[in-house]
Design a protein around this ligand. Structure first.
Ligand SMILES: Cc1cc2nc3c(=O)[nH]c(=O)nc-3n(C[C@H](O)[C@H](O)[C@H](O)COP(=O)(O)O)c2cc1C
Length: 189
């Protein structure tokens, strides 16, 4: 059975810089023999967490929407790629809703003592920011680090590209495109 990679496109801008890099990583993973499930978060019906507290008691989210499909993939995939732009030092609201809904998984693991996944996996973060500087990716990295740790996933060195703003501008960065493909491959090996 081919390993399953979950590829999460976190930008609301379709075919923008992060999705272009994500598609390269997907191509690399497929070349290495993986099957890939790509999710476009902004096109999914994923409501934000309401902090209702139900998951703290049951481990299950009280909201019924497409997050149910995401939970299933998060718990069964062998590796995960998250591609996200930097939005105000953080991640876009659509992706943040998905991240916050992982509170139900946190509750299962940390409150109810359940093990979430059968095996450890690998994770890759891809991010692009329009500006530069030492703090550009700090918020994004911290948030995603928590999710990868929750899922028992070991992180590969992230692909972080700064000072790329216009839609499709990343196509001029052949080194980043190449690296994304290589990292996608590495995720499977
Ligand atoms: C709402 C919004 C907030 C942004 N905030 C930041 C920011 O805090 N720092 C930064 O470097 N770039 C910021 N950017 C620029 C994006 O990170 C940049 O355009 C990136 O290339 C977008 O990737 P995408 O094409 O995959 O959406 C912001 C863009 C938008 C639309």
């Amino acid at each position: 059975m081919k390993p399953l990679i979950l590829a999460i496109a976190g930008s609301p801008r379709r075919h923008g810089n992060t999705e272009i890099l994500l598609d390269q990583a997907i191509a690399g993973a497929e070349e290495a023999g993986a099957r890939v499930e790509k999710l476009i978060v902004a096109e999914m019906n994923i409501a934000p967490c309401t902090s209702c507290g139900v998951c703290l008691e049951t481990g299950l989210c009280s909201i019924r929407d497409e997050m149910e499909e995401v939970y299933r993939h998060l718990l069964t995939c062998q590796a995960i790629i998250v591609a996200t732009p930097v939005f105000f030092y953080g991640i876009p609201a659509q992706l943040k809703a998905l991240v916050d809904r992982c509170q139900a998984l946190w509750a299962r693991k940390e409150r109810l003592g359940e093990s979430l996944r059968e095996e450890r996996g690998h994770a890759l973060l891809i991010s692009v920011g329009g500006t530069g500087g030492s703090k550009v990716f700090t918020g994004v990295r911290l948030t995603m680090e928590l999710i990868f740790r929750l899922l028992d996933m070991e992180e590969l060195p992230p692909l972080l590209v700064e000072r790329v703003d216009e839609k499709g501008e990343i196509l001029k960065h052949s080194d980043s495109l190449k690296l994304a493909r290589e990292l996608g491959k590495k995720l499977v090996e």
